[in-house]
Design a protein around this ligand. Structure first.
Ligand code: MG
Length: 324
């Protein structure tokens, strides 16, 4: 036993840091469609109307190719065709119906999931249908889809055309796809330090574990499985764990946001980022700051007004929404 009784101020400070509980996380709630990912607006002509100098017809052609690529990947690797009528808000809903059966030799072609009553049958008498509970056969597919997504869908799927599509779209959209990747990465790299500085934590590597954690979650108005395919095809899947992607298609954005709020107990700070009125209203209902994204290049007003293109949105703007 050595020493006893004397402790330098530095070691005491370090011990205090080590014992301190980590600060509450920051949760960035991203809308997927026409915020992180664009292709519906390419396909329906909205992008061309907002950008009169974009190639006539080119945007719609690219949007159509994206639509096919997403559905092909969702069908071929995520069982979407079989699970389309067994939609869930999140993979945790599917996991709740999973009995944990070993799927190593499971015959996904031989069971009866296609003939099982779907979650989207007649509406119940209650106004609140409650969470959908898929049958075990559907839950097995969601588990396998989750596994494949986590391993990287593009690493498994042979998609030689997706690189060309990605680059052609990024060029037409003035770097929107590159900006999405860069902003998500920059938030993880820089927001903890900015937040730590605001809390008075020195920004050196030794205290990184004691900086606030930043977590990306995604909410989509589409079905869950095609949205996982979108994230993979747009090269954004490394930023979103499968369970952190939620579909609002059945229950709406407010219920998704409330689910997220309940998932992060304590004093987590949330910021919602999207282009739609529904997520804006849901964020307001929960008292979350909202950053509005718009398709147009014009930055008249900023995020809180007319919206800002994703290509112009910065980490500092997100930090500002957090009050730092
Ligand atoms: Mg949207």
């Amino acid at each position: 036993m050595g020493g006893g009784g004397t402790e330098s101020p530095d070691s005491k400070k370090a011990r205090t840091h080590a014992q301190a509980s980590p600060p509450p996380p920051v949760v960035l709630v991203w809308d997927i469609d026409e915020t992180l990912v664009i292709f519906n607006s390419l396909q329906n002509g909205e992008w061309e109307r907002a950008h009169s100098d974009s190639g006539a017809g080119e945007a719609q052609a690219l949007g159509s190719q994206w639509s096919s690529a997403v559905l092909d990947l969702a069908d071929s690797h995520l069982f979407y065709k079989q699970l389309e009528t067994h939609g869930v808000m999140s993979l945790e809903d599917a996991a709740a119906a999973d009995d944990g059966r070993d799927l190593a030799s499971y015959d996904f072609d031989g069971d009866v999931v296609g003939r099982i009553q779907s979650c989207e049958g007649p509406a119940p008498a209650s106004n609140d249908p409650g969470p959908c509970t898929p049958p075990p056969e559907a839950a097995y597919r969601y588990r396998e889809a989750h596994r494949r997504y986590s391993l990287g869908l593009l690493a498994d799927a042979a998609l030689p055309s997706s690189d060309r599509l990605w680059h052609a779209t990024d060029t037409l959209a003035a770097g929107w796809l590159t900006a999405a990747q860069g902003l998500l990465a920059a938030c993880l790299a820089h927001l903890p330090v900015l937040l730590g500085a605001a809390l008075g934590t020195p920004p050196h590597a030794g205290v990184r574990d004691h900086l606030p954690q930043v977590r990306h979650v995604a909410v989509t108005s589409s079905d869950l499985l095609p949205s996982l395919a979108k994230l993979a095809l747009f090269r954004l899947d490394r930023f979103f764990a499968g369970r952190d992607v939620l579909s609002s298609r059945v229950h709406g954005k407010l219920e998704c946001f409330a689910r997220l709020r309940d998932r992060f107990p304590g004093s987590a700070a949330f910021v919602a980022i999207g282009d739609g009125r529904e997520e804006e209203a849901a964020a307001a209902a929960l008292g979350w700051p909202f950053i509005k994204v718009s398709l147009g290049r014009c930055t008249l007003g900023r995020a809180e007004k007319g919206g800002v293109p994703l290509t112009s949105l910065t980490v500092m703007e997100i930090a500002g929404a957090l009050g730092i």
